[in-house]
Design a binder for this molecule. Structure first.
Ligand code: CP
Length: 313
């Protein structure tokens, strides 16, 4: 297979396992490119990509921008806070105005779940979802699984626990879809109030015991508590949350095996994970960030080649 089955990257749910493996094989090649002295290829020369961020971001935004530059694309960046959105312009009008300046592809982060799907149905451009509310964050899940694959080779049969605020997490949902498509077993762990009631229908196990989940898993993906998406208190205090679901080095050292610790960032050091763990040999957090550029290069390249955009190959 040399072509994606989709025209946009809106989520992992509608990708096939073959799509994911094609993205990984392409990212393997781009990872080699970005580790060369000359880190640039001409593949997307003369293609213009707009990065529309209606919500804050450090990693995803810079990673997409670097991926675009490494592929020789032209880029324009848009922040909602400094745009005419604050004057009442709609999302469709905003994007159509940007597209009329001969933009070929749109990368968008938006606080509303479904915003990327909505855009793909209402404007004439290729859309890449860089995170839509608590719905999906497909490139994060791809870079997470790619990083696990580097460490553990085949993910088939591997046990992965996702710990923390599952209820408000787009990373959790995209990871569940991605890992299951690659044959991994997935468990979620956190306080009852932060685990969606329907989650078992996705075929994941549920646990409220971190120590027991660490004993079960090969990989633990630690998530931040997303206070900004919470309108009520889901647990009595941050201190209590940390006592029950915060990961410490003694917990890892007490296991009779080596497990891999991941975190999508941003980290709240001392809450869901201590600094000792984040900076330890158990952690592949910075490898995840590094792999994000290669994964995003692969996604942009494959979508552009599917649409045969003025393509340099
Ligand atoms: N992991 C992630 O999406 O980080 P940012 O919010 O900084 O992009």
């Amino acid at each position: 297979m040399s072509e994606l089955s989709v025209d946009h990257l809106l989520g992992i749910k509608n990708l096939s396992t073959e799509d994911i493996n094609l993205i990984f094989q392409t990212a393997d090649q781009f990872k080699e490119v970005i580790n060369r002295p000359i880190r640039k290829v001409p593949s997307l020369r003369d293609i213009t990509i707009a990065n529309l961020f209606f919500e804050n971001s450090t990693r995803t935004r810079l990673s997409f921008e670097l991926a675009e530059k490494r592929l020789s694309a032209d880029t324009v960046n848009f922040s909602a806070s400094s745009s005419s959105v604050s004057k009442g312009e709609t999302l469709i009008d905003t994007v159509n105005n940007i597209l009329s300046m001969k933009v070929d592809m749109v990368v968008m982060r938006h606080p509303n779940p479904g915003a990327a799907v909505f855009l793909s149905q209402n404007v004439d451009s290729t859309i890449v979802n860089a995170g839509d509310g608590a719905h999906e964050h497909p490139t994060q899940a791809l870079l997470d699984a790619f990083s696990m694959r580097e460490k553990h080779n085949d993910l088939k049969g591997k046990k992965v626990v996702i710990v923390g605020d599952i209820l408000h997490s787009r990373v959790a949902l995209s990871n569940i879809f991605c890992l299951q498509k690659l044959g991994a077993e997935v468990r979620v762990c956190g306080p009852t109030t932060l685990i969606p009631k329907y989650i078992h229908t996705l075929g994941v196990e549920v646990s409220h015991n971190l120590q027991e989940s660490l004993e079960w898993c090969d990989v633990a993906n630690m998530l931040r508590v997303q206070h900004e998406r919470q309108d009520i208190k889901y647990f009595p205090s941050v201190r209590e949350y940390t006592q029950q679901f915060g990961l410490t080095l003694p917990m890892l050292d007490s296991l009779k095996k080596d497990i891999t610790i991941m975190h999508p960032g941003p980290i709240n050091r001392g809450v869901e994970i201590t600094s000792e763990v984040a900076d330890s040999d158990y952690s592949i957090i910075l490898n995840q960030v590094e792999n994000g550029v290669a994964i995003r290069m692969a996604v942009l390249y494959l979508l552009a080649s599917k649409k045969k955009m003025n393509f340099k190959g």
